[in-house]
Design a protein around this ligand. Structure first.
Ligand code: G3P
Ligand code: CA
Length: 269
């Protein structure tokens, strides 16, 4: 087992701002990181994909249509898939106006820009390897970028970084390339399959409606690749009362669009 320091939450339930503080700020933008800092939320989650010319960018959907003005700027390029556009094209899009006029001018950040803002604001990152089926080799590209930008030193891997994906193959790749990095599988595998996951992932992060206290007991009974008990986060939990229930069931973390409300409820509970 590769020794790493304890996850940076001192035994408390971690509140993670889903796509940044995305209830008010436009998701996956630098403004959403800044708002998480203003709210005192230590962890932000993002989604990473790749442009046609190989730049890693932070965006959730497989296409640019919902969260940018791509349809106006490039009307002939439907269905506006992320991997069909260059970084120069994507970086010129507006990624804030859809959320309200005050956010006009926000851009789709490159992963490098996003990491820089997370670093400067002193936040920690749950990075999702997104749509890897559209971006062959994405997990390895992300590991290389994290390394080149100083995010795989001892302090970051011990306390400030978690890499997650719905795609078990991507998580296995991250674990193989950098066994010191904490990883999470997004899903709710059958209890009988959990020991296989525990060989390459430290956490099982599940859609909260699929969970039960018994399931988490099975997760917590296992030891992950770093010799610690497997952890369990729930997503996407916007009802503070539900977050408190999940905390009582043993949540190690709650991923939420309302980190302000959830963190306050967890503090009171
Ligand atoms: O962090 C969990 C969550 O982000 C997974 O769902 O679709 O919002 O990426 P999605
Ligand atoms: Ca995500």
């Amino acid at each position: 087992a590769v020794p790493v320091a304890a996850a940076g939450h001192d035994g408390r339930v971690v509140t993670v701002a889903h796509r940044g503080a995305s209830h008010a700020a436009p998701e996956n933008t630098l403004a959403a990181v800044d708002l998480a800092r203003s709210l005192g939320i230590a962890w932000v989650e993002n989604d990473v994909q790749r442009t046609r010319d190989g730049t890693l960018v932070v965006l959730h959907d497989p296409t640019l249509a919902r969260t940018t003005d791509v349809e106006q700027k490039f009307p002939g390029r439907a269905p506006w898939k992320v991997g069909d556009f260059t970084w120069k094209e994507i970086s010129a899009l507006d990624a804030g106006a859809w959320k309200g006029p005050r956010w006009r001018g926000q851009r789709v950040p490159s992963l490098a820009q996003y990491l820089d803002r997370v670093e400067r604001t002193g936040r920690n990152l749950v990075l999702e390897v997104k749509q890897p089926q559209d971006h062959p080799g994405l997990a390895a590209d992300i590991v290389r970028t994290l390394r080149d930008l100083g995010w795989l030193d001892r302090a970051h891997v011990a306390r400030r970084l978690l890499v997650q994906s719905f795609d078990a193959g991507s998580i296995r790749t991250v674990h193989r390339l950098r066994p010191d990095v904490r990883t999470a599988f997004l899903g709710t595998p059958a209890v009988a399959d959990l020991p296989a996951y525990a060989r390459f992932t430290d956490q099982i992060n599940s859609l909260h409606t699929t969970l039960s206290p018994g399931y988490w007991a099975a997760v917590h009974a296992l030891t992950g690749p770093h010799g610690r008990r497997l952890e369990a986060y729930a997503w996407t939990v916007d009802d503070p009362a539900r977050a408190v229930t999940l905390a009582r069931w043993g949540a190690d973390g709650i991923i939420t669009n309302r980190p302000d409300l959830v963190a306050a409820a967890l503090r009171r509970a």
